[in-house]
Design a protein around this ligand. Structure first.
Ligand code: SF4
Length: 328
């Protein structure tokens, strides 16, 4: 591991000021960052410890929504009564991630920032990785690409975002609150992560020095009919090959509103408003779900080792909505 300076921030303002140092990085739970540092993938010169900031509360918002502080551990968020009752989709997604030990340590802010699990990104013996070394190429495109993207990839990078939580937050239309050198701002979840384009080294739209302070969930009608389906190689402690966050506002068998986002298929949680719109105003049945699943995967481009993801993702969309709507 490279030598680094360690600073502990006592306020959000101090953390943002400290982050002006060259090659500074925030650290809270450290469950991803420390692995990256040990492997030489990331080499920050200064670590700014934000784990003790007063950002660890879950509170009700005046409009009926809920705010989750950035330092809330994943396990605490998953098991909080407000989250379990109003946002079971988020609770399920959080509990599908990692292991109990990691969920106790990892924070909500850190989960939003966890980096791809592309094998070539983590193994510095591979020279060609545009995300780790911009301009070096992409070993995955013509290499082993089983866990890679089938949507929204570029000729520079075909990596996927590994976060289960982020898929649920995208479906639930959450907002990420940040504080940085330019002040505070709120970023809609669908704009928080970015597609790789020509700059896959950037995972998010955060400006350098910005610190995540909270995630806001809007008032939701998806509390009764929600299901997070994660398909993976083993039953626990594995990243998604494909995941689906599906939720419905169902009244008298008619879909009033629908929420859909896919994980494991793109560089960001893949929210599909067109597929959601196809379900709204109709009874929930298998043919409607199949049409929505087809729409959700429009434009998919699989690679040599992940062709199975296309059919798998469509089946997962149908299955997740069927379970959510009680017609499975
Ligand atoms: Fe690197 Fe992205 Fe290619 Fe993986 S897919 S090797 S992260 S550039």
């Amino acid at each position: 591991m490279n030598p680094f300076d360690y600073r502990r921030a006592s306020s959000v303002e101090e953390a943002v000021a400290l982050a002006k140092a060259p090659d500074a990085a925030f650290i809270a739970g450290g469950t991803n960052l420390l692995d990256l540092m040990k492997g030489g993938v990331t080499t920050p010169a200064v670590l700014i410890d934000v784990s003790r900031l007063a950002l660890a509360d879950i509170t009700e918002l005046p409009d009926g929504g809920v705010r989750i502080g950035a330092m809330v551990p994943n396990a605490d968020a998953a098991n909080h009564p407000l989250v379990r009752q109003r946002y079971p989709l988020l609770s399920q997604a959080l509990l599908a991630g990692a292991s109990p030990q990691l969920r106790n340590k990892a924070t909500i802010g850190g989960n939003l920032l966890q980096r791809t699990r592309c094998y070539y990104f983590y193994d510095t013996a591979f020279e060609h990785c545009n995300k780790r070394a911009p301009g070096s190429g992409c070993a995955a495109i013509d290499g082993y690409n089983r866990n890679h993207a089938i949507l929204g990839a570029s000729s520079s990078c075909i990596a996927t975002n590994p976060s289960d939580m982020s898929v649920a937050l995208a479906a639930l239309r959450a907002t990420v609150r940040v504080q940085g050198p330019g002040g505070a701002r709120a970023i809609p979840m669908q704009d928080f992560h970015r597609l790789p384009g020509a700059n896959p080294e950037r995972d998010t739209t955060l400006i350098p020095g910005e610190l995540i302070t909270a995630v806001d969930l809007p008032r939701s009608a998806f509390s009764r009919h929600a299901h997070y389906l994660k398909v993976r190689d083993r039953a626990s402690y594995a990243f998604a090959l494909v995941s689906v966050a599906a939720a419905l506002d169902l009244r008298d068998g008619m879909v009033q509103d629908a929420a859909l986002a896919l994980g494991g298929v793109a560089h960001k949680p893949w929210r599909v408003p067109q597929a959601e719109a196809m379900l709204i105003g109709h009874p929930l049945d298998q043919s409607a779900l199949q049409a929505a699943a087809d729409a959700a995967l429009l434009g998919a481009h699989p690679y040599e080792h992940n062709r199975f993801k296309l059919a798998l993702a469509k089946h997962a969309v149908v299955r997740a909505f069927s379970v959510a709507g009680g017609i499975a």
